[in-house]
Design a protein around this ligand. Structure first.
Ligand SMILES: Nc1ncnc2c1ncn2[C@@H]1O[C@H](COP(=O)(O)OP(=O)(O)OP(=O)(O)O)[C@@H](O)[C@H]1O
Ligand SMILES: [Mg+2]
Length: 480
């Protein structure tokens, strides 16, 4: 591994990198940065969570001139949340070099973006739709652009976005550096990429597997009707610090998060039909830990880097193996441990086998935990918490009362009662989840008069209510 000094970077960038806590370059950074600094086009592929953002971010910052108030770099991302995140990382990297990156994405007030553009950022990080909007209105001019990056490039060149990318690239200088990055790079996409790249260098970090080895992968065979209870049991057994639960459709995400809230979990939904403030709020609560579960469509599958995510659950199986790779890549980032659990019905098992062949790794089959297993685990967790309190001496002010109680009752009875009060017991509150098979036929699509569901309190904390507004926008990625 190289240190960042070995790339011959400016002092300002070295300072930024070390203040971000980066000591050594990751494999993709080690290979891509020197080539990118030479100005060459790159197609870069490396596992999820291995620092691809800085692999293109460091060279782009180094190349930009802070004294020129024109847009010199453009990064295109498939989702708004990813645009925000990449812009944040570029701003950290560019802090001492005085290079500024601005996220430009749909759903945000356009006037606010116009105002921010007046501050003359050197780099724009944009989702395609809103970028084209600004380009049409001549609010963003890209004639001085020297670098274009497609993050999640295979997704950006997939059918949903390809036309937009072609439109954008037809409006930027031919003499530019183009870099493509993703954890997955199917051959047809690589072939297509050559059309608008100049002799790109293909950099691929050879790993034994496409998915990261630090993430344990499990599959639970379960009937559709028992899926929700199975998910709840897994959540109780695993007690994730933060988990993302992926579901197939926007409506299913809504139903699922409502159902989880009803059963006493802190859950938030994110998908393309929510307004941007709702999406921002869900992300904010999830990142700051006030929500432990983010229920999402594939809108959250790519690029998002939230260090606290310990578990990813595929409530519905992903559409294809690449989608599986990205979804479960939200955990186990940069060598951290992670757990990925996929629920599948017996007829979906062939799909699981397809994924296994594609990622060249076994997804371990496990039985759904029984109620008594989850109860045992919850009690063990509560006991652990009791010992933690003893270690911190926080229990001392309660000792007098405890001694008095012991005069009247047996110690074991008192302790058992305390454990009962503190332990999350299996919640059987009935919930409504439309059968997944019904989602596929339009005729049977669940009605508009879906009942708003209430929510229950978790011991000691107040559950927050989700409000979902259908904004009807047809923008890209609102399909999920
Ligand atoms: N050299 C480094 N040392 C320490 N941490 C790093 C280094 N480079 C990047 N990171 C951190 O590693 C995490 C993952 O990086 P990043 O999001 O760029 O991964 P990625 O390869 O783009 O993943 P994905 O394929 O999911 O988009 C981030 O939190 C980032 O700040
Ligand atoms: Mg990334």
């Amino acid at each position: 591994m190289s240190t960042f000094y070995e790339f011959g970077l400016s002092n300002a960038l070295i300072k930024a990198v070390s203040s971000m806590g980066f000591e050594e370059a990751t494999s993709i950074q080690e290979l891509a940065i020197p080539i990118a600094l030479k100005g060459k086009d790159i197609i870069g592929q490396a596992q999820t969570g291995t620092g691809k953002t800085a692999a293109f971010g460091i060279p782009i910052i180094e190349k930009c001139d802070p004294h020129q108030g024109v847009i010199q770099g453009l990064v295109i991302t498939p989702t708004r949340e990813l645009a925000i995140q990449v812009a944040e990382e570029l701003n950290s990297l560019g802090h001492y070099s005085k290079i500024r990156a601005l996220p430009i994405y749909g759903g945000q007030n356009i006037e606010r973006q116009i105002k921010a553009l007046k501050n003359k950022p050197q780099i724009i990080v944009a989702t395609p739709g809103r970028l084209m909007d600004h380009m049409r209105r001549k609010l963003i001019r890209l004639q001085h652009l020297t670098t274009v990056i497609l993050d999640e490039a295979d997704e950006m060149l997939n059918m949903g976005f390809r036309e937009d990318i072609e439109t954008i690239l037809s409006d930027v200088p031919d003499k530019r550096q183009t870099m493509l990055f993703s954890a997955t790079m199917p051959q047809p996409i690589q072939d297509l990429a050559h059309r608008f790249m100049q002799e790109p260098e293909f950099i691929r970090i050879k790993a034994k597997e496409i998915t990261v080895s630090s993430t344990e992968q499990y599959c639970y065979k379960v009937h559709e009707k028992e899926k929700f209870d199975a998910l709840c049991r897994l959540l109780d057994l695993h007690s994730p610090e933060a988990a993302i639960v992926f579901a197939r459709t926007k409506r299913r995400v809504d139903e699922l998060s409502d159902a989880l809230i009803k059963r006493g979990y802190f859950a938030e939904a994110i998908h393309g039909d929510l307004t941007q403030p709702q999406r921002d709020s869900a992300m904010h609560k999830f990142k700051n830990g006030s929500t432990e579960i983010l229920v999402a469509t594939d809108v959250a599958a790519r690029g998002l880097d939230i260090g606290s995510v310990t578990h990813v659950y595929n409530f519905d199986i992903p559409q294809d193996p690449d989608s599986y790779v990205h979804r479960i890549g939200r955990t186990g980032r940069l060598g951290k441990p992670g757990i990925a659990a996929t629920l599948a019905s017996s007829r979906e098992m062939s799909h699981i086998e397809l994924i296994e062949r594609s990622i060249k790794r076994n997804i371990i089959r496990k039985p759904v935990p029984t109620i008594s297993e989850t109860v045992e685990e919850q009690q063990r967790l509560t006991a652990g918490k009791l010992f933690q309190v003893i270690e911190t001496d926080e229990h001392l002010p309660y000792k007098g009362t405890a001694l008095k109680l012991l005069e009247d009752s047996q110690a074991a009875n008192l302790l058992a009662a305390a454990l009962k009060l503190l332990t999350k017991e299996p919640d059987q509150t009935p919930v409504h989840l439309t059968d997944a098979d019904l989602w596929t036929t339009k005729k049977n699509k669940p009605g508009k008069n879906r009942k708003k569901q209430g929510h229950h309190r978790k011991p000691g904390k107040s559950a927050k209510k989700n409000n979902y507004i259908q904004d009807g926008s047809k923008k890209k990625y609102n399909s999920v």
